[in-house]
Design a protein around this ligand. Structure first.
Ligand code: COA
Length: 377
């Protein structure tokens, strides 16, 4: 027995990985050796997916073949559509995504095959399907017709088109694509770890991705972006920010979108998203959400700097997505649409060198008790 408090596995290394590197003190994020700034400036999400899965940037023919495979996989199985149409219209979109992923497992011809080839095909199919499911759910719950994806266009273009029904402009596509790149992987974060824990029992890829989706949903992880939006809506206007934050401080409440287990500097993804949020606001002639977000940072950050608490990826993505016309409860599913690439890259790595995760706990419960019949309790 021990009185040591649970550590949340802080600083515990549970796997060797060649996918993603974070320097938390310098605020640096690197995928397969490439700095995130370099990738956001130059790559497409599809190229980053290939990079994370295979370790190298694709050649032109490899990229063409990936785009082709994704386009082929962007089709709604009739059975899945029937399942979604039976769900209550107010279902949480993250629950819907988990249900859809489990259902896709029942329909995938390779669902139970554990070969690297089958896992690769399944990863591509899920990467194509999660945006379809997310946008279709939004349309189904609002009574809109579903839209066909365009095989000539990128995943980012298709997401925005299928969600809104309008062809997005180039800047919106570029920004959304960059957001997908920024969310694609993040080392052993909670959802990736839970995917790897499930896979380590030699459970299949769909089941492991389901675990990850359910883990991402929580407000301490992927759900924080939606929570930031709720906070901004609660604040209502720039004039109210100071008083609202004073109340948060008095109530000792955590500010969502701040803090990180690994970063003790501003999250490099937040730096990029901040610029995007500002530019999107200007283009939409709706800078209010960006200005409120920045004011929250100005007021709150100095009060927690001594603890190494800075804005994280979720802080500025909320105002950016909002100005793009995306509903708040779609923010975390968007995170999943991107992170599915990172999850599956980690699953390939886990399956290739597997050992079951089985940590220990300190037993702090009672001992030596004797059985009492129910009449004597
Ligand atoms: N607002 C205010 N204080 C915060 C904070 C926040 N968002 N995040 C952490 N802190 C404080 C804690 O209260 C704690 O203070 P204490 O030492 O005085 O008790 C200290 O900073 C350490 O925080 P802790 O919660 O132990 O860190 P963690 O590594 O276990 O948790 C997070 C990391 C991300 C879960 C945590 O920072 C958090 O809850 N953030 C808000 C949710 C969020 O944005 N999640 C998305 C992450 S990408």
């Amino acid at each position: 027995m021990s009185d040591k408090k649970p550590s949340g596995l802080e600083d515990v290394v549970v796997a060797a990985s060649s996918i993603c590197y974070i320097d938390g003190k310098r605020g640096q994020l690197v995928y397969r050796g490439y700095d995130i700034d370099d990738l956001v400036k130059n790559a497409s999400f599809e190229e980053v997916a290939w990079l994370l899965w295979n370790g190298n940037l694709p050649t032109q023919s490899e990229l063409d073949s990936l785009r082709h495979d994704l386009a082929v996989a962007m089709h709604f199985p009739r059975h899945l559509l029937e399942v979604l149409r039976e769900l209550p219209f107010d279902s949480n979109p993250m629950r819907v995504l988990a249900i859809a992923t489990a259902t896709l497992g029942t329909l995938d011809p390779d669902a139970d095959s554990m070969t690297p080839e089958a896992n690769r095909k399944k990863a591509i199919r899920l990467t194509a399907m999660l945006p379809l499911v997310t946008t279709a759910w939004h349309r189904i719950r609002n009574g809109y017709d579903l839209l066909e994806s365009n095989p000539e266009k990128s995943l980012a273009w298709n997401f925005l088109y299928m969600l809104t029904g309008q062809e997005p402009d180039d800047y919106a596509v570029e920004t959304f694509d960059a957001a997908l790149i920024l969310h694609a992987d993040h080392e052993l974060n909670a959802s990736t770890f839970s995917a790897r824990v499930t896979a380590a029992t030699l459970s299949d890829l769909h089941s492991s991705v389901c675990s990850a989706i359910n883990t991402l949903k929580g407000p301490l992880h992927g759900g924080a972006n939606e929570a930031v939006m709720r906070m901004l809506e609660d604040i209502g206007s720039l004039d109210n920010v100071d008083a609202y934050m004073e109340q948060m401080r008095a109530d000792k409440k955590k500010v969502m979108g701040f803090g990180h287990r690994v970063y003790k500097a501003k999250d490099p993804r937040a730096v990029i998203l901040e610029g995007m949020s500002e530019e999107l606001g200007k283009r939409a002639n709706d800078t209010k959400w960006f200005e409120m977000t920045r004011r929250v940072e100005e007021i709150f950050q100095p009060t927690v700097a001594s603890k190494g608490i800075y804005p994280n990826v979720d802080f500025y993505s909320a105002s950016a997505y909002h100005v793009m016309g995306i509903p708040g409860d779609m923010f975390t599913p968007i995170f999943a649409c991107s992170r599915v690439v990172g999850w599956t890259a980690h699953l390939f790595e886990q399956y290739a060198n597997n050992r079951i995760f089985r940590p220990s706990s300190d037993y702090v419960g009672p001992t030596g008790r004797k059985w009492q019949p129910v009449s004597e309790r």
